[in-house]
Every structure is written in C-alpha cells, then in structure tokens.
Design a protein around this ligand. Structure first.
Ligand code: SF4
Ligand code: SF4
Length: 348
C-alpha cells in the first residue's frame, strides 16, 4: 500500500483544470477544423502552463493553416521540452516535407524510427487497431478490466491531479469507497481529494453534472489522491502506447500512482455495485486492448505469457494486432465462417 502520500492541502494544482479545459477545447476545435479558435485556446493553455503536448497540438493547428514557420517553432519547442516522443519528430518531418526541406524531413523521420522502429509501420498499426475496434461492436467485452496481470498498471499513474485526467468519483461509488476505507481502518484524507465547485464554466464543461456532489451546503468533485512514489527508469522504458499508437504523455517520470493502487491492483475496483471508476473502466492502452481481444477470442493460453516482461508483452501485442487485423478482422469471409461455426458471440 502507498505509505507516503501527498497531503491534502499542499500540492493541488488548482489551475490545472483551467489549463486542461483550454487544451481540450483547442483539441476539439482543431478536430473540427476551426483552426484560429483552436490556436487561441492552445495559447491560453500555454499561458497557464507550458506543456510539450500543447506545443505539439498548436503545431498541428498551424500546419492545418499552412503556416509552416509557426508550426516548426511550436514542434521544435515540444521536442526541446520532451525529446523522447517519436510522434513529435514525425510531425516535424511532415512540416519540413510540406515546407520543401526534404533533407531535414528525412533526418527527423529517421530520428523517430531510431526511438521506435515501429514508426515505419505506424499507419498500418493505427488502421489495424481501428479495424478491430470497429468490428468489436460490443465494446463492453473489453471493459471487464485489463487482463495483463503482469503490468505494473502504468495507466494508474498520472502526472497531475486525477481530476484533471477525468477520473472522478460518483455518489454511489463514493459511499462504497468510504465504507471500504472505514472497514479497513484507512483514513479518507489519505485516499480521496475534492475540488470545490462554485459554478466555474471550465469545470462545468469538463465534469459531468452527476459528478458534482453537494456536501454540507457546498459542491465538490471527488477524486482519488496520488501517492508520491516515482517510476524508475526500468519501468519507464517499457511504457505501452495508446490505441492510436501515441505516447501516453501523462505517464512520464513526473507521474505518480493513484492512492488506490496497491501491489499493481485497484483496491476499490469491487467496492459497491459499480465495478471500477468510469474513466478507469474505459481506458485500455494498446497492449491491454489487444490482450482483451485475444482473451475474448480465447486463442491464447494465459500461462504462455507468464514471466514475460512488459516490453515483451508490448511487442507481442503489436504483432498480434497486425496478424488479427490483416488475417481475421479484415477478412469478411473468415468472420462469417467463424460466426457460422458458433463464434458469433465472440466476434460480434
Ligand atoms: S491497460 Fe495497459 S497500462 Fe493499464 S494495466 Fe492494462 S496493460 Fe497496463
Ligand atoms: S481508481 Fe483504481 S483503476 Fe482507477 S486509477 Fe486508481 S487504482 Fe487505477
């Protein structure tokens, strides 16, 4: 159990929610093609807190506007702040290529591949994950909890307060967690934090209304606290990717574990009638996603995975993803044959 925990008052990042709101709005507007508005929101996020991923997104918006000089400036700043993210080099390679500087574009591309050789087949990986997800119409089969038991639960590590990452505790789960803590003699203030809410627009837009709870005449959003244990270099080396093959930038050397993470397991997963917290149930990294799919298809014996490192599992998951997407989920004839043979429940 996490013994050393950040105390309630001292380290909460109150401006974090505002920065998150500006950044999320920018990303939303960028996806919608409203690039000038997106740029405005990204700049407001940067004014509150300079983050490499905001510079990265800002460079995407400038690239969309064909303003390559600004795009190059932003992505170079992102690389300066975090030189180990391969997609930043891919983005700079793209900008340089569009701007006509093919030599430097090629140098950046090679740098991305040097950090992660899979960048050479990144488009196929992304398409494969999209294809499988589209075929798995009943996504609930993937939500039963991640089957990768040997993972140190990277996804339970966060570089900011969990409320910023969308992990909130609803009323029923809060009751169940309080009962669990009481039963086990654990003090609530070591595990749960709360953000006061007085109608702020940015909070209203980020937090669903059912997570804004009233207690003693005031409103709060409850969320798990973070411990203060750091991730060592060996662990950081084997980080999995997101299902879109992006680096999970919030799991970095400044990330800390959720207070409920105990020996790689979630202490409160089964507390009350609801399994897990909503945001936790919905998240699967690429490795978790592939193993959940494999588990569902019942085509691998769990024992064969015992003893594998997380790095090996990430790589097995990637190869399995490509085999499944090329050979199974992209083959209408095979899917229909398997369904005919009684695999319907597994394939649909
Ligand atoms: S979803 Fe990914 S990071 Fe989270 S426990 Fe599973 S394998 Fe680990
Ligand atoms: S509540 Fe549980 S599953 Fe969610 S982040 Fe914390 S330990 Fe992980």
């Amino acid at each position: 159990m996490n013994s050393r925990l950040i105390s309630r008052e001292d380290k909460r990042d109150d401006r974090g929610m505002e920065e998150k709101y500006f950044h999320s709005m920018g990303a939303f507007l960028c996806d919608e093609g409203r690039l000038d508005e997106a740029i405005d929101f990204f700049c407001r996020a940067l004014a509150l807190k300079e983050e490499p991923y905001t510079h990265y997104h800002l460079s995407l918006a400038y690239t969309g506007k064909m303003e390559f000089e600004e795009a190059l400036r932003e992505i170079s700043r992102a690389i300066e702040m975090n030189p180990s993210v391969p997609e930043y080099y891919l983005q700079r390679s793209h900008i340089r290529y569009l701007g006509g500087d093919k030599d430097k574009a090629s140098t950046d591309y090679e740098k991305a591949c040097e950090i992660d050789g899979n960048c050479r087949r990144i488009e196929e990986i992304k398409r494969g994950a999209e294809l499988i997800e589209a075929q798995l119409k009943d996504r609930s089969i993937l939500e039963a909890s991640c089957p990768v038991v040997s993972c140190p639960a990277y996804c339970c590590h966060f570089s900011g307060d969990l409320v910023r990452h969308g992990v909130h505790i609803g009323p029923w789960k809060l009751r169940a967690i309080r009962a669990f803590l009481k039963e086990n003699g654990l003090p609530e203030e070591d595990f749960i934090d709360r953000l006061p809410y007085s109608g702020e627009e940015h909070i209203q837009r980020l937090v669903p209304p059912n997570y804004i709870l009233r207690e003693q005449g005031q409103q709060f959003i409850y969320y798990p606290k973070r411990g203060d244990e750091t991730m060592n270099e060996a662990l950081l080396k084997d980080l999995p990717k997101g299902t879109d093959y992006r680096t999970l930038v919030w799991i970095a050397d400044n990330a800390r574990p959720c207070a409920f993470l105990n020996e790689k397991r979630c202490m409160i997963y089964n507390a009350g009638d609801e399994n897990g917290l909503e945001a936790c149930k919905q998240f699967l990294c690429l490795t978790g996603f592939v193993f959940a799919t494999i588990n569902h298809l019942k085509i691998i014996d769990e024992r064969t995975l015992n003893g594998k490192t997380m790095g090996e599992l990430n790589s097995i998951a990637l190869e399995a993803l490509l085999i499944l997407s090329r050979g199974v989920y992209d083959n209408e004839e095979l899917i229909s044959f398997l369904q005919h043979r009684g695999f319907k429940a597994r394939m649909a």
